[in-house]
Design a protein around this ligand. Sequence first.
Ligand code: SIN
Length: 315
Amino acid sequence: MIMKKIDVSTSINGIKLPLCIMNASGVLCTTDQELSNLLNSCSGGVVTKSCTYKPRKGNVSPRYFEWNTGSINSMGLPNLGINFYLNFLEKKEINKPVFLSISGLSIEENYFLIQKANGSSKVTAIELNLSCPNLLEKEDMLSYNFYKISNFIENIFKFNKKPLGVKLPPYFQDTHIKNIALILNKFPIFFVTCINSLPNGIFIDTNKESVVIRPKKGFGGIGGPIIKPFALANIHKFYTYLRKDISIIGCGGISSGKDIFEHILCGASAVQIGTQFMKEGISVFRRLKKELTFILEKKNYLSIDNFKGKLKVFQ
Ligand code: SIN
């Protein structure tokens, strides 16, 4: 019997990833050790913790909590500052694409960080995080402000030369996704990552009659299996409205190969793992690769392009 070779590699607008699965920014990708683990793993790429100009301690603890179907966090962008990430990459042998996630505290800081990332040959692409819901000093999210975001991105492409994508929050109305896509379609954006956590949820410990995290009176971003339907919906709609050369990186609610299959069916070219990576650690990538390969084998698909974006709907 001839064994078919199943190909689970992918391309993000021309950036080749040996595997379509990588980590989501924020989870176990802040320190030298965590990033080295990712470089040494079978993940298809490495995404760094969203960085700011100066190192940040982030919000007070407890700031992360998980239960069987979800997680809540209000980390507040704890990170070691952009210089740490650029120096780390400089001294490492890089064997897969590196996505430097940046999340400046102001528009000007973002310009500065993008400028700095442009100076590093070790950064494959920039993932511009426009959707952190947990900043005490800055309540409004740029990605929910359609006027500001348009202007902001226009200015970025006056100087940016690196492949750049944006990480978006969930949107809940068709017109919102259409409008964001219309804006993004005007610029040479490489990819969108959707979705970041669902902003401003609370989780309650019924016994203690209390919230479970300290910052912002218990409000935080919700991730994990319970957000998968929103991730799939956003991916599917962006796949419909975005220019076809803009790749989609799906994120939200993935804990099995089946979840990855569904993200790709909705139009994702690659996926990121957050809550499940936190729960399971670095071995998650090997397990998910195995599960996804098994599904493709069973369905007689040779690569993810055979079913990407081909979700069936009732006529
Ligand atoms: C955080 O550090 O608060 C999480 C970052 C994010 O959700 O973008």
